[in-house]
Ligand binder design. Structure first.
Ligand code: ZN
Length: 192
């Protein structure tokens, strides 16, 4: 769960990152940026801001903006019924982006400060420290996560058939639908 205020602030910060990366954010688009906490209620640690440009039954084109040190949790795009599942290409545009994929660690030290005490939910040990223009394609079912370094990160995501609701997450606590509540409501809950 996130608050209305957090959502607005995150949209502003994400739009700044996206524009800073040289991608214009046009009228009305900032308010359309999806702010998700993946149901984990710790959005500065695990979360993402996603501006969707195209989402049809066949193709998805999105801009993903990660705030500094934010992690988009490990997930995969499974096949649904008779469809092959989503193939996704992520192209790094700006900032510090580390992409986790399956495989042996590339070095002894992790470049990503992944969420503490959640190690069991991060099984993609091979880290790609992406440089701008670098892109990685994930086959359907292939696990991956994204982590932003100190500056945050902006990347494009191009994918086939989008069925985000069916995405699999290693962390069973993930809920792809983010609840947004009033700031007053949060206060009431905390006082109770
Ligand atoms: Zn993905």
């Amino acid at each position: 769960m996130i608050t209305v205020k957090f959502k607005r602030d995150a949209q502003v910060r994400a739009a700044e990152l996206i524009e800073g990366a040289g991608i214009p954010v046009y009228d009305g688009e900032r308010e359309r940026i999806e702010v998700t906490d993946f149901g984990l209620s710790n959005p500065l640690v695990e979360g993402a801001q996603i501006l969707t440009w195209v989402q049809t039954e066949r193709i998805g084109v999105k801009v993903i903006a990660l705030l500094p040190h934010q992690t988009l949790p490990e997930h995969w795009h499974p096949s649904v019924e008779n469809e092959a599942g989503k193939e996704e290409t992520v192209r790094h545009i700006w900032g510090d982006l580390i992409i986790g994929v399956t495989g042996e660690p590339a070095s002894a030290d992790s470049a990503a400060d992944l969420p503490r005490e959640k190690e069991i939910y991060y099984t993609c040990w091979h880290e790609i420290v992406a440089s701008p223009g670098q892109q990685v394609t994930f086959a359907p079912g292939e696990k991956h996560w994204f982590h932003a370094g100190a500056r945050g990160a902006v990347a494009y995501s191009f994918s086939t058939v989008v069925r985000d609701a069916f995405d699999g997450f290693t962390d069973p606590g993930v809920d792809r639908i983010t609840k947004v509540i009033d700031d007053r409501e949060l206060q009431d809950r905390q006082e109770r």
